[in-house]
Design a protein around this ligand. Structure first.
Ligand code: PEP
Ligand code: MG
Length: 571
């Protein structure tokens, strides 16, 4: 056992919060002794009965989760029923039993095969399905062995510790006795993590090697904010974390008041708060934080996580998953923005002296039209499943926008002739992240359906200050008069042309800049999901009238200092 004061174990915080309690080790149920095989008919009958019982219990559990956590969360557990109803899985079970295996062995082997298939997939979301399948295997084999379900009946102040905490276990947690969960395996996309979040129990996953180093009843702090597990904390440490726990709970409950509230200023001006995401794995964060849609889906991760160019099927699946999950809420998908600080090795882009000023984003995709068209076709196809728009990165000239639109039309023609569904009226927007685009925003506005201002790049290109270079970071600021004037120019051009304007750079969540965005009639901001509720709280607290007066003053100011001091004093 580790003595106290050693380095904490590190893992992935997947349900935020702090829990202090005593460890309860969940035994791995993998070792159920398989029974002797009887005739294949008898074994198949046993499987059928066990699966029927599994479905019954799972439905009951799902209903309980719906009641405890609100309609919808039970679907996580319900989705396991679809897995056991899978025809391929049932055929394989039948095959194994026919070859002389017992029902228990067949379930163990077949679930093992399916779990391995999912586990070897590139996509993190799909990989997590292997945990669900192993969970099903454990539960069905318990039924076959005549055992009860593992119901979480533990004393107050318990921290559950398991090698691989399974969703059925988390959903069986009944009372408030569990204050934390630690799992050696998994991450924030696992169903166990999603349920823990819904139950508001701090959870850390991916803490390798911890299970065998701990004993039941050992004191532990689960710091699921930074992702650390502190074993045998001394009294002082406990006090520090108790205080942090209190502060965190207070902050969360304060922000919860803003969940489901319309985003409106004191005098009724509305603005949408959308989220920046990198793929389907982030959908849950948007929903959990009450995001009003996706304002920027950065598609680079899909390419970076792959060893090869992701094909149309893979991209379509990812975009469709996001579009469907958001229902009618907007989903703005940005086409590939590689180059600069985003490298994809298999594309073998040549080294450049100035990558930020080089062959990147729209410049690349307009040359590599095959790659671009596969992506455009995937996005168009996904548009049949939700409220999808296309966003073009790093536009500097009207010609780039027109060329991209031509390729979009070409893809639409192809899909029409193949009789593939897509939204004929899909919106096409421009990222305004270069001073050139900002200066010609009146021209661009006539040829596109919306603007999204990317301040991360707009600031670096306006100030000629690399966004990652700390030596010039004193110049890299959204309070620079030049940056503010460009933002104003773009917003005005959008309003004059009658198209919506949004902002998706980091500046979008800066509360000091809110008066400007409100006064300039921004239609939406797109931010990290964790900022949604705080931002809504801030918007509810300001008025458009006051914001106009503030903005008028700011637009007359001549230095970054002056603007920053004024805006920070105002909020
Ligand atoms: C931006 O430049 O502001 C932006 C949102 O894009 P990225 O950070 O992906 O370059
Ligand atoms: Mg950018």
């Amino acid at each position: 056992m580790e003595p106290f004061n050693t380095e904490p174990y590190l893992g992935i915080p997947c349900s935020q919060g702090i829990g202090i309690g005593r460890i309860f080790k969940i035994k791995d149920k993998k070792n159920t002794v398989p029974s002797e095989a009887r005739s294949p008919e008898e074994e198949m009958l046993r499987i059928k009965k066990a699966l029927a019982e599994y479905k019954k219990r799972t439905l009951k559990l799902a209903e309980k989760v719906d009641i405890n956590l609100g309609k919808g969360d039970g679907d996580i557990i319900r989705s396991h029923i679809a897995i056991v109803e899978d025809v391929e899985m049932n055929e394989l079970l039948y095959k194994f039993v026919n070859s002389g295996k017992s029902a228990d062995q067949a379930v163990d082997n077949v679930c093992g095969i399916f779990a391995n298939i999912f586990d070897s997939m590139e996509d993190e979301y799909m990989r997590q399905k292997s945990v669900d399948i192993l969970d099903i295997s454990t539960q069905v084999r318990s039924i076959l062995a005549g055992e009860e379900y593992l119901i979480c009946d533990v004393p107050e102040g318990t921290v559950l510790l398991g090698k691989n905490i399974q969703p059925s276990l988390v959903s069986s947690i009944e009372n408030g006795n569990v204050v934390g969960i630690i799992s050696e395996y998994g991450n924030e996309t696992s169903h166990s993590a999603i349920l823990a979040k819904a139950l508001k129990i701090p959870m850390i996953s991916g803490v390798s090697g911890i299970y065998d180093s701990c004993e039941n009843d050992q004191k532990v702090i689960v710091n699921a904010i930074e992702g650390e597990v502190i074993l045998d904390p001394d009294r002082e440490t406990c006090k520090v974390y108790e205080k942090r726990e209190e502060e965190y709970a207070k902050k969360v409950s304060e922000l919860e008041k803003y969940f489901g509230k319309p985003t409106k200023t004191k005098d009724g001006a509305t603005i949408k708060i959308l989220c920046n995401i990198s793929g389907p794995a982030d959908i849950r964060k948007v929903i959990d934080n009450d995001g009003e849609g996706v304002g920027l889906l950065r598609t680079e991760l899909l390419f970076m996580n792959s060893r090869f160019n992701p094909g149309e099927a893979e991209q379509f699946d990812a975009y469709k998953r996001v579009a469907s999950a958001m229902n009618d809420k907007p989903v703005i998908i940005r086409t590939l923005d590689i180059g600069g600080d985003k490298e994809i090795s298999y594309l073998e882009l040549p080294q450049e002296d100035n990558p930020f000023l080089g062959f990147r984003a729209i410049r690349y995709t307009l040359k590599e039209t095959e790659i671009f068209k596969i992506q455009l076709r995937s996005i168009l196809r996904a548009s049949a499943y939700g409220n999808v728009s296309i966003l073009l990165p790093m536009i500097t000239t009207l010609d780039e926008l027109l060329q991209a639109k031509e390729l979009i039309e070409e893809c639409k023609d192809e899909l029409r002739s193949e009789q593939v569904k897509f939204n004929e009226n899909i919106r096409v927007g421009c990222m305004i992240e270069t001073p050139s685009a900002a200066m010609i925003s009146d021209i661009l506005a006539g040829e596109c359906d919306f603007f999204s201002i990317g301040t991360n790049d707009l600031i670096q290109y306006t100030m000629c200050a690399d966004r990652g270079n700390s030596r010039v970071s004193y110049l890299y600021s959204s309070y620079q008069p030049s940056v503010i004037r460009l933002i104003e120019r773009v917003a005005k051009a959008a309003k004059e042309a009658g198209i919506p304007v949004g902002i998706c750079g980091e500046a979008a969540s800066n509360e000091f800049l809110l008066p400007l965005l409100i006064a300039l009639d921004f239609d939406e901001v797109s931010v990290n999901a964790s900022s949604v509720l705080e931002l809504r709280k801030n918007i509810l607290g300001i008025s458009k009238e006051e914001s106009k007066a503030v903005t008028e003053k700011v637009l007359k100011m001549s230095s970054e200092d002056e603007i920053f001091n004024y805006l920070s004093a105002k909020s």
